[in-house]
Every structure is written in structure tokens, then in C-alpha cells.
Design a protein around this ligand. Structure first.
Ligand code: ZN
Length: 129
């Protein structure tokens, strides 16, 4: 995924001409290693279910996705007792995310921030980056 992919919408026509939709789309798809099954990876697609994301792991497929299919978001599912927070530091809005999705969202955020910082470094080099 190229840094330019994240600049596509803010950077106007120039970037739209140089970044393909496929490159942009790869920015919301991650392969995450299983911690319990060596060699296995799960595809996480962060744009699905209004940005909650979808994972292939059994925990998501069997336990969490049904609430998203019924229109719940994490906070509502938690408030109505459908799910519990099970990971250290997990926020209510992440209640319908498995650990792979939480990790992928963190990676996405990091990549977006890195791309923004790279661009700003050129535009305003006097700032403390
Ligand atoms: Zn998962």
C-alpha cells in the first residue's frame, strides 16, 4: 500500500490520477496471523459493516458477525448484553471486533498517520514531527 493511497481524497486530482482504486482498497485489507494456529492467517476487511470490519476467524464468524448482520454496532451490542469486552484496553465501540480486527484497525490508523505526517513534513517542515 502506498502512502499516496491515503492522500487520494484530500489531495485532489493529481493523486486520483496516480493511485489506482485497487491500491486504495488494499489499505483496508490486512492478513493477520492466528496466534493459536501456526501458519494460518485471517483476512480482515475493515470497510465492511460500516467500518467495523470482517474477519475470517471462528470467533468473529461464529460469535460476532450475527450482531452486525442484525444492524448492531459494538456499543449497542455491549449495552444490550449481547457481547462482553474480553481484551485488555478494548473500547465499547470495538465490542464487535475480534483481536485481529482491533490489530488491523491499529495498523490502518498508524499507516494513515504516517502518510499524513509525511505529507505535512513537506508542506510545513518547521513543525516538530
Ligand atoms: Zn479475527
Amino acid at each position: 500500500m502506498s502512502a499516496a493511497g491515503y492522500m487520494r481524497e484530500d489531495d485532489g486530482e493529481r493523486a486520483k490520477q496516480t493511485v489506482s482504486p485497487a491500491t486504495w482498497f488494499e489499505g483496508v485489507r490486512y492478513h493477520v496471523k492466528s496466534s493459536t494456529k501456526p501458519g494460518e492467517t485471517y483476512l480482515c476487511e475493515l470497510h465492511l459493516y460500516r467500518g467495523n470490519g470482517v474477519c475470517q476467524c471462528p470467533w468473529f464468524v461464529k460469535g460476532l458477525e450475527k450482531w452486525l448482520r442484525r444492524g448492531y454496532d459494538g456499543e449497542r451490542a455491549l449495552a444490550e448484553g449481547k457481547v462482553k469486552l474480553i481484551y485488555e484496553g478494548q473500547r465499547p465501540d470495538q465490542a464487535l471486533m475480534c483481536k485481529h480486527l482491533i490489530d488491523s484497525h491499529w495498523r490502518f490508523e498508524r499507516q494513515v498517520m504516517d502518510a499524513i505526517v509525511e505529507k505535512l513534513k513537506n508542506d510545513t517542515p518547521e513543525e516538530p514531527y
